[in-house]
Design a protein around this ligand. Structure first.
Ligand code: ACM
Length: 262
């Protein structure tokens, strides 16, 4: 199975620019699964919900869903992409998993970062896993990384590949995802963005270094901190089904839950 990430610099408020960039960079990608950053269609650093509204969209219908259905059908691949979801009067920092047959599944970010707590509802979808071409894809977004329970829950639900859309600003996640991979024996694909965004009170520079890790914690592909790039590697997702670290140590079955607080 060929899996990859697209790292680029979305422009805040400029949906058309962002979709055109995605379209150009994914043309002829010849992959099975591609992961894109968090809020890849809208940009990140919003000040209030009034600004968010024009670049928000419903999950399963409308221009963003149509755009990705079109690409996944044309390129015969699945895409995981972060977007700004609006449902009724609620905004969610969401990911859509779009299949080549047009089916769409959604994850709404659970662990909100900084001002996201003011702008978005906490996600209510739970951590879910979806099968595609024999591999189980688990969805999570950016700051979910700092809670090991996110990746662990996906692994317990059978994920082979964690598709992690990100807009990272702290310098820790790329290293932490090696551990998430190792402790759960899963592949991870962290698709991060690059570039800088400003509003009246804040300036964020996003850290790039998108990466794909193996169940043994090896880095299979990595981008630099400032390049716009599509990287694809070939993996065998069934490698993630071997949960033994040694012949007697199984990372899921050997948990001693009676000694844990959760
Ligand atoms: C983040 O969750 N965007 C850091």
């Amino acid at each position: 199975m060929k899996v990859g990430f697209l790292q680029f610099a979305p422009k805040l408020f400029h949906e058309r620019h962002n979709l055109e960039k995605i379209n150009i960079m994914l043309k002829g990608c010849k992959a099975d699964v591609i992961v894109l950053p968090e809020l890849a269609t809208s940009g990140y650093l919003f000040t209030n919900q009034k600004e968010m509204k024009p670049v928000s969209a419903p999950a399963k219908s409308g221009r963003i869903a149509d755009f990705f259905r079109n690409i996944t059908a044309k390129e015969n691949c699945a895409i995981v992409v972060g977007f700004l979801e609006k449902e009724n009067d609620n905004f969610y920092n969401s990911q859509m998993l779009v299949f080549p047959n047009g089916r769409i599944e959604i994850y709404r970010k659970i662990h909100l970062f900084l001002d996201e707590k003011r702008l978005y509802q906490v996600g209510d979808t739970g951590f879910n896993v979806f099968e595609f071409r024999g591999a189980k894809l688990g969805l999570m977004i950016c700051f979910d990384w700092i809670f090991p329970e996110s990746a662990r829950t996906l692994a317990l639900r059978g994920a082979d590949i964690i598709c992690h859309s990100a807009n990272l600003v702290l310098p820790f996640c790329q290293k932490a995802m090696i551990t998430r991979s190792l402790e759960n024996r899963v592949f991870t694909i962290t698709a991060n963005r690059i570039g800088t965004e400003k509003n009246e009170t804040q300036e964020f520079t996003f850290t790039g270094i998108s990466q794909i890790t193996s169940p043994k914690g090896d880095i299979l592909a990595q981008a630099t901190e400032d390049e716009e790039i599509l990287k694809i590697v070939e993996i065998n997702p069934t490698d993630a089904q071997n949960k033994f670290v040694t012949e007697t140590n199984h990372v899921l079955n050997d948990r001693r839950r009676e000694f844990y607080e959760i």
